[in-house]
Ligand binder design. Structure first.
Ligand code: 3HC
Ligand code: NAI
Length: 699
């Protein structure tokens, strides 16, 4: 046995076994590509070897092109993936790909270059490039249709979803399913192929079978074009696959390559690739290593069965973790449970849940009015009213009843976690678990690390987030943590625009055109304008001199709290959610401007995007600088998963990178110099200035 960089080479009888070995998932980086070609050449040169098996690990045959190499010169170094696959396909000795775990993207494309493919039944085969804003760029769009037909191939390429190998049993894509030891089975298959003198099957020599291919492709173009408006990749996938029908194999490969390289340069692909890496980076905490011990969380207690407590309870029971749900009063408990049941019944009606699952999940919830049930839970999450006095009572009680080693968490949106931790004698066990509403649906979880939070408590929370299918981002303690602190700035910038001359519907339209799921004023109407107003009122009473009037206060004072009162920034018809621009609001805005002596100016959509998004970016830079967020990409993850920021922009910080940080700084300086603006707010953050001066990016 010998070791090439990233491959292992053994000979079993007359069969060479080349094992890809580039953990964690055999990404096809340069060293691995070199290893494959060298191993292949070695096997071809050895007269004792009559066939070759290429295999990977139990986890992955290969996860595809090495995403860490994207955008670096190494990704283009020869042998590139196309060269490797060509070498495999043109081998004069039979090559068998033996697949366990995943064969994705370039990994599957490599297997498609082999003469034969065998797999474990549960291996997952897929071409997920579209999820990275790309298309299969190493022959996948040409070979897969030749093996499974145009329609099935296009579906796999457009969805990017992996398919279990067992599905392909009996199709030309798979020559055998191997239930026992994969490599033994593959070696036996190879020996038999040699003994039976099976012809070497080159997928490139097959023809795509599809009656009415042109009509099918036209239909695909129409549907895909309509369904993927912010993303160029899906239509390019159709174009590449179309070439597998009308063109020769080599022409098809050329078209695929050009389309692939073109997509690699698009801002949308850059955004999606950034998100892929940012999601994985978010789970890592610099000073909390993989070897940090974690505490077992087998049961959870939740205090408060309101909007958040109910959704949080669902997140846990959905993952099979039992929950004790505590309320202050029986009516509130009944109401909370009824809401949970109703949510599950809606899923049942939509066919997303069976009655048995519904019963099982409801059965995992133990409702209670007493803390007795909390004596044995491993984690308690408080989701009571946002009042420091109420939280104090709850945490003092938790401290008394909970067993040593359990974790005490708060879902507070903005209160000081260190103050909450100080209500207990075990601040090291206290952490913030800030869910987003509706908590059973939203993927984001801000994990708030207090000054004294134990590393094991943090590590446990990060692991638990994965178990309940949340994406966790660590935040330090500050007003609003990462998400709400930035949203406050975003709101201020939007309010400035209203003062200056814009209308809420214009601001929302521009933001929605940019790609946000909902404009900021619609979002305010949905969340309720009373919440922000109550906070501002509190601050105004504490410090009247610092108060600056805003139109939002006038709305709240007029009882316009948003959708729930039928009127806010918009008006709403009974039972409907469509925002209708309201002349009453326009008049309030006009009056407000007159009182303040503001002459309205024309505001462009470009102005709107610049001011709202750059306000977020500026605050994001301060958050990174202060160490509240560990990295800029964490801010993107928060915005993408908690606030409807469009994936094709990659988050506010990546958007700033794409605009160019120097341009962001110039714009902020220009705004800061305008008369009457809040100069401190608009002055570019020092980190932003530093990165711009050094010609660097956030990411
Ligand atoms: N290259 C390099 N590293 C990869 C990788 C890849 N293609 N795919 C995953 N990884 C890394 C992750 O970054 C992560 O690293 P970390 O431990 O340092 O954070 C580690 O592998 C584990 O990844 P996950 O946390 O996602 O683990 P899972 O077990 O949940 O999932 C997976 C594994 C199914 C392979 C999943 O990571 C995945 O879907 N990867 C992306 C696959 C993909 O998109 N491939 C296509 C690439 S483009 C291509 O091939 C172009 C070609 O057509 C020319
Ligand atoms: P809510 O008012 O819907 O629910 C609070 C529940 O707590 C009520 O059912 C109440 O009866 C119960 N409660 C109050 N005091 C209690 C006590 N001493 N013991 C037991 N139960 C008690 O409030 P919501 O919206 O669920 O908020 C809860 C917490 O979550 C707050 O801290 C809030 O800031 C935070 N949060 C809210 C979000 C939202 O969008 N609503 C988002 C993220 C966090």
């Amino acid at each position: 046995m010998t070791q090439q960089p990233s491959t292992r080479y053994d000979v079993r009888g007359t069969v060479a076994v080349v094992t890809l070995s580039n953990p964690p998932v055999n990404g096809l980086g340069h060293a691995l590509r070199v290893g494959i070609v060298n191993s292949l050449d070695r096997a071809l040169a050895d007269p004792k070897v009559s066939a070759i098996v290429i295999t990977g690990s139990d986890r992955a045959f290969s996860g595809g092109a090495d995403v860490r190499e994207f955008g670096t010169p190494k990704s283009g170094f020869e042998p590139n993936l196309g060269t490797v696959i060509k070498a495999v396909e043109s081998s004069t000795k039979p090559v068998v790909a033996a697949i366990a775990g995943v064969a994705l993207g370039g990994g599957l494309e490599l297997a498609l270059g082999a003469h034969f493919r065998v797999a474990r039944p549960d291996a997952q085969l897929g071409l997920p490039e579209v999820k990275l804003g790309l298309l299969p760029g190493a022959g996948g769009t040409q070979r897969l249709p030749r093996l499974v037909g145009l329609e099935a191939a296009l579906n796999m390429i457009l969805s990017g979803a992996p398919v279990p190998a067992a599905t392909f049993a009996g199709t030309p894509l798979l020559d055998a399913i191997i239930e026992g030891d994969l490599v033994d089975g593959a070696v036996q298959f190879a020996e038999k192929a040699v003994a039976d003198k099976l012809p070497l099957k080159r997928v490139r020599d097959l023809k795509v079978k599809q009656p009415d291919a042109d009509a099918f492709l036209q239909f695909a173009r129409n549907t895909v074009g309509a369904a993927s408006k912010n993303f160029p990749a899906p239509l390019k996938c159709v174009e590449a696959v179309a070439a597998s029908v009308g063109k020769s194999f080599d022409e098809g490969l050329k078209i695929e390559r050009e389309l692939f390289l073109g997509l690699m340069q698009t801002p949308e692909s850059r955004a999606l690739r950034h998100i892929f890496q940012a999601e994985r980076a978010a789970s890592k905490v610099a000073d909390v290593g993989d070897d940090t011990p974690v505490r077992a969380i087998e049961s959870v207690g939740i205090i408060g069965a309101g909007t958040m407590g109910g959704g949080i309870a669902m997140s846990f029971v959905n993952a099979g973790i039992p929950v004790v749900l505590l309320e202050a009063r029986q009516e509130a408990l009944d109401k909370g449970l009824a809401t949970i049941r109703k949510n599950y019944e809606n899923s049942l009606k939509k066919g997303k849940l069976t009655q048995a699952k519904l019963d099982e999940r409801m059965g995992l919830i133990t409702p209670t009015l007493s803390y007795d049930g909390f004596r044995n839970v491993d984690l308690a999450i408080e989701a009571v009213f946002e009042s420091i006095e109420v939280k104090e009572t709850v945490f003092k009680t938790l401290d008394e009843v909970m067993k040593p080693g359990s974790i005490l968490a708060s879902n507070t949106s903005a209160l000081n976690l260190d103050q909450i931790a100080a209500f207990t004698k075990r601040p090291q066990d206290v952490i913030g678990l800030h869910f987003f509403s509706p908590a059973n649906v939203m993927r984001l979880l801000e994990v708030v690390r207090g000054a004294k939070t134990g590393k094991d408590v943090l590590a446990t929370s990060m692991q638990l987030a994965k178990k309940i299918k949340k994406i966790a981002v660590v935040s330090g303690v500050c007003d609003g943590f990462i998400g709400n602190r930035i949203v406050a700035r975003y709101g201020m910038a939007a309010n400035d625009l209203i003062n200056a001359g814009a209308l809420p519907q214009q601001v929302d339209a521009a933001l929605q055109k940019f790609g946000l799921a909902m404009g900021i004023f619609r979002m305010g109407d949905l969340a309720g304008l009373d919440i922000g107003y109550a906070g501002r009122k509190r601050r105004r009473e504490a410090n009247p001199a610092a108060y600056t009037p805003i139109v939002a206060d006038r709305l709240a004072e007029a009882g316009r709290f948003g959708q729930k009162t039928g009127a806010g920034w918009y008006r709403y018809e009974a039972g409907k959610r469509d925002p209708i621009p309201d002349p009453v609001v326009e008049q309030m805005i006009t009056d407000f401007r007159k009182e303040r002596g503001i002459t309205p100016r024309k505001i462009s959509d470009e102005d709107i995007i610049e001011r709202t998004i750059f306000a977020m970016v500026n605050e994001g830079a301060r958050i990174v600088e202060e160490g509240i967020a560990q990295r800029a990409s964490d801010i993107d993850i928060v915005y993408l998963n908690g606030y409807g920021f469009p994936a094709h922009r990659g988050g506010p910080m990546l958007y700033a990178d794409q605009v160019g940080l120097a341009n962001v700084v110039r714009a902020l300086k220009r705004i800061a110099a305008e008369p009457g603006v809040d100069v401190k707010f608009w002055t570019p953050a020092p980190l932003l200035v530093k990165l711009a001066e050094e010609g660097k990016n956030f990411n």
